[in-house]
Design a protein around this ligand. Structure first.
Ligand SMILES: [Zn+2]
Length: 106
C-alpha cells in the first residue's frame, strides 16, 4: 500500500518548505543586522553563530527538498538503508541513519 506512506512524506515536505522559508527570512534579516552599526543590538559572536546556523539550516533543508524531488529522500546517504519515519519526523532533513550519523560526528 503506497498510499499509507505518501501522507507523512507530504507532511515532511510541508515542514521542510516552511523551515526553508523561515531560515531564508531569518538569514536575510541577520545579514542585514550584521551590516548595521552595532549589529542591530547583537554582539558580534552571537550574530556570527546565528548566521552560521541559519545558513546551515537553509542548505540542509534545500538539500532534503532536492532529494525529495529526485526520489532519494528518506534513505541514508552513506549505507542506503531506509531512515525510520520517526527519525525523519524529528529531523526532516536527516541525511544519515542513526548509526551512520554517530560515525559521522563521533
Ligand atoms: Zn546509514
Amino acid at each position: 500500500m503506497t498510499s499509507t506512506v505518501q501522507e507523512p512524506i507530504e507532511l515532511l515536505r510541508n515542514c521542510l518548505e516552511e523551515q526553508f522559508q523561515r531560515s531564508t527570512d531569518q538569514l536575510a534579516e541577520l545579514t542585514l543586522r550584521s551590516r548595521q552599526r552595532g549589529f542591530g543590538g547583537y554582539d558580534h559572536d552571537t550574530l556570527a553563530a546565528l548566521i552560521a546556523s541559519a545558513r546551515q539550516t537553509v542548505s540542509e533543508t534545500a538539500h532534503a527538498l532536492k532529494r525529495m524531488a529526485e526520489g532519494s529522500y528518506g534513505t541514508c546517504e552513506r549505507c542506503a538503508v531506509d531512515i525510520p519515519l520517526q527519525r525523519l519526523e524529528i529531523l526532516p532533513h536527516a541525511r544519515f541513519c542513526v548509526p551512520c550519523q554517530c560515525r559521522q560526528t563521533g
